[in-house]
Design a protein around this ligand. Sequence first.
Ligand code: ADP
Ligand code: MG
Ligand code: MG
Length: 206
Amino acid sequence: MDTGLFVAWLDEAARLVRRDRERLTELDAAIGDADHGANLDRGFTEVAKALADRPPGSPAQVLTEAGTTLIRRVGGASGPLYGSMFRQMGRTLESPVTLFHFEAAFEAGVVALERLGKAAVGDKTMVDALVPASRALALAVRDGIGALEAFERAAAAAAEGARDTIPLQARKGRASYLGERSMGHEDPGAASTALIMEALATAARA
Ligand code: ADP
Ligand code: MG
Ligand code: MG
């Protein structure tokens, strides 16, 4: 896994977030403040621009640059959360980047996000998509599965985790202010996590 794959991942994430910007906004309109699509579109567009303007020299640098840009450019809760995740991934990632090293870094990134947000699985947040994705990667490493198939499994697990947030009552973030009225809606952050994981599989397929 080289620097080009990581740049392609974030470029594809920017493309998918832009494509689904309205859907993410509608999900956030139902249980938040209707800005998740705009927040992430701006954030990932800035990430893609930063990576093009200042080409990073390593996969770890790609992730660190992405994280720093998201923290700096996204006003909403999702910016610092995703930003800290990518920065921690960048700090943890060891070279050469094998699936084993990637999985370890991804898991460290998810743990950093969980700590910052004080959120756990079942709280109806992006954590509900990230943890199943992380688990799918860990199982793929254990079973000696190749990176592409591992990323496809992680993407499928994230999408399933996002769908599974629909019946939950939110316990973190703005949606938690709604109490029981947050039930019956997919969490916007979990939906964007599914896109970010889909982007990884697509980048690896190319
Ligand atoms: P804001 O809520 O500030 O407008 P966004 O709309 O961009 O920010 O992001 C909202 C998403 O952030 C939620 O759908 C949820 O997935 C995630 N989120 C919010 N608070 C937390 C938290 N404490 N821990 C984990 N994720 C959170
Ligand atoms: Mg919002
Ligand atoms: Mg907001």
